[in-house]
Ligand binder design. Structure first.
Ligand SMILES: Nc1ncnc2c1ncn2[C@@H]1O[C@H](COP(=O)(O)OP(=O)(O)OP(=O)(O)O)[C@@H](O)[C@H]1O
Ligand SMILES: [Mg+2]
Length: 265
């Protein structure tokens, strides 16, 4: 077994939705992500794992330019979405974040009604032509997020009055409502109980194929359950990337093995 970085992380994946090449991220002078190259599959769920502080969230945020909002963050390298360089000057970042949606660790519904939480994005992006069409988008998004049955009779209640698990599904419905192509999830279950967590995992299964999905998780069992591809990060580098079943049963790199067997992290 080697302790060196696996150099060819599933490159030229025929069904890649996004590709990152030699992406580094700096906070001031500090390098938090070091020359990461990876292909993000269209059809598979990709899990990012690794010890706290290894750069998972920082790298995830490069995929929809959320790091732009952090004053001292600087991104180097190239990220392409369907052939388009997302850091090109002509890229419309608001549009990009609709195409590449994000769900955060802590559910963060707007302090508005359930209906308005979902309708907000489509309204901003002009996706609905009138009330009836907006109603349809809201219903479809809530159905896809597995929340419709629980909220259909109280769409005017506040989104913040829902349970944590329901709030997280509302945030997923909000991301889905603008018809994204990619959904990024940064530890979406870490604030949820086991039942709410199972519901989100089920949902990820249902959404797979329709959207390219990337999930950051500290939970090895979760990574094994929901993903088909796993990327192991350590100290800012992508150490190993491959089929989830391979990474968990037959890692090629010593550091990956140490992490998944719980020797550190
Ligand atoms: N806004 C910021 N300003 C300065 N440094 C930051 C900022 N955000 C993250 N960092 C640093 O970048 C490194 C990577 O952080 P990041 O949050 O990406 O790690 P992570 O793998 O997501 O960790 P965790 O599993 O704890 O969420 C860490 O050293 C962290 O302290
Ligand atoms: Mg993080």
């Amino acid at each position: 077994m080697t302790d060196t970085v696996a150099a060819t992380p599933l490159r030229n994946d025929a069904a890649a939705k996004m590709t990152a090449r030699e992406v580094s991220v700096f906070y001031g002078a500090k390098k938090a992500v070091d020359s990461v190259s990876i292909d993000i599959s269209q059809d598979n769920v990709t899990a990012f794992i690794g010890p706290s502080g290894c750069g998972k969230s920082t790298f995830l945020r490069t995929l929809n330019r959320m790091n732009d909002t952090i004053a001292n963050a600087r991104v180097e390298g190239q990220i392409v979405l369907d052939g388009e360089d997302i850091y090109a000057p002509a890229m419309d970042v608001v549009q990009l974040r609709a195409r590449v949606g994000m769900v955060f660790q802590k559910p963060n519904p707007f302090p508005k009604s359930i209906y308005e939480n979902v309708a907000y994005g489509p309204r901003i992006h002009g996706l609905a032509d009138g009330r009836a069409q907006m109603d349809e988008i809201v219903e479809r998004s809530l159905k896809r997020a597995g929340l419709w049955e629980e909220v259909k009779d109280r769409l005017q209640d506040s989104g913040t009055a829902l349970s944590g698990g329901q709030q997280q599904r509302l945030c997923i419905a909000r991301a889905i409502a603008v018809d994204p192509e990619v959904i990024l999830m940064d530890e979406p279950c870490s604030a949820l109980d086991p039942i709410a967590t199972a519901r989100i995992e089920e949902l990820i299964h249902e959404l797979r194929g329709r959207y390219a999905i990337v999930i950051v998780t500290h939970n090895m069992q979760q990574a094994a359950r929901v993903s088909q591809r796993t990327a192991f990060f350590h100290l800012g580098s992508l150490v190993e990337y491959g089929e989830t079943s391979e990474i968990f049963t037959n890692p090629r790199v010593e550091r990956t093995k140490d992490y998944i067997t719980g020797r550190y992290g």
